[in-house]
Design a protein around this ligand. Structure first.
Ligand SMILES: [Zn+2]
Ligand SMILES: [Zn+2]
Length: 320
């Protein structure tokens, strides 16, 4: 829970109780909220029947809030013992009773630490660290966070500002907020502030792309190389949204999408799998989902090719 929400919860309590909490009680509430934030896991979305059977929940609460679907948070004492790593060696899930299961995502040698992630696997270092600071109240300094190129994934890469240069810029000291950024090819250096401004501008570009509008995303994807490298987290996000849309979005079902769109989806799935491999993410949930989407794409392509072949065989027979 970001600090502003903690404060607004305390304000709400003050307004609705006669005496309100004492200063000590307020401090305790802040600590309790922070402990809850740092240790709780966001579980699956609240099942519809649970919402429907709960008489205390108003119609207003049943609706998604500002586009967010209501979710539960749970404290799991054993799972809470796992420390965070930006590329964790486990994945976890929940059954319909919110019971958590933790599985190894990669080979964990005896005696090594078992880790879990509290943030997005596909965000760049500054975005992940900012998110962890706001929601979990700590700054991560794991192996991936310390590496300017994040194990070769280059998620935070920015295009070099030298016009004739094809290189990318990376932070020199990723754990320092105002670190200089340097081009890997021409050596151009820019301040952390300039790099943040560039990132913010790119973020604004993404914010005007509606992730339900497939033509808009396709346009963004085909033109992104003019302003940012393909490995940048923003491009990765658009790739994920396109993968999610082809075959599922309204007007883009498996029978609606063109062969070119299927080919693009196949390419994007393979690129994403390669990125997960580079990150060393192992058998993570994302890998499972992308493999499933790739399987469906290949099946659809095969189905269409077989139909085309049968049609042309019939035509040849008719002609002879
Ligand atoms: Zn980290
Ligand atoms: Zn350069």
């Amino acid at each position: 829970m970001p600090a502003m929400f903690i404060e607004s919860s305390i304000d709400l309590l003050k307004r609705h109780t006669e005496e309100g909490p004492t200063r000590d009680e307020e401090d305790f509430m802040r600590v309790a909220c922070c402990v809850m934030d740092a240790n709780a896991f966001e579980t699956a979305q609240i099942p519809k029947q649970v919402i429907n059977n709960k008489p205390t929940l108003s119609t207003e609460e049943e609706r998604p809030l500002n586009g967010l679907v209501p979710s539960l948070r749970g404290l799991y004492p054993l799972a809470a013992m796992m420390n965070h790593a930006c590329t964790p060696n486990t994945r976890h899930g929940y059954d319909e009773k919110q019971k958590m299961t933790v599985r190894a995502a990669s080979l964990i040698p005896a005696g090594s630490e078992i880790t879990s992630s509290y943030t997005s696997l596909l965000w760049g270092t500054s975005a992940r660290r900012h998110h962890l600071k706001i929601t979990k109240h700590f700054l991560c300094s794991c192996l991936r966070c310390r590496d300017p190129q994040e194990g070769g994934s280059r998620l935070a890469a920015l295009r070099c500002l030298t016009q004739s240069c094809e290189g990318c810029m990376f932070p020199e000291e990723p754990l320092e907020e105002n670190t200089q950024w340097q081009c890997e090819v021409c050596g151009l250096q820019v301040t952390g502030r300039q790099a943040s401004l560039t990132q913010a501008t790119l973020g604004r570009l993404l914010s005007i792309v509606d992730n339900r509008n497939v033509p808009q995303m396709e346009r963004f994807f085909s033109q992104h190389q003019n302003v940012m490298p393909s490995s940048n987290q923003i491009v990765i996000e658009v790739k994920c949204n396109l993968i999610r849309s082809y075959g599922h979005a309204q007007g883009y079902s498996w029978t609606d999408v063109t062969m070119q769109q299927l080919e693009l989806k196949e390419r994007l799935c393979r690129e994403l799998l390669e990125l997960l491999e580079t990150l060393g993410a192992g058998e993570c949930r994302m890998r499972g989902l992308v493999l499933y989407e790739l399987h469906c794409t290949l099946m659809e392509q095969r189905h269409r090719r077989r139909n085309d072949l049968m049609e042309s065989t019939v035509q040849v027979r008719q002609a002879s």
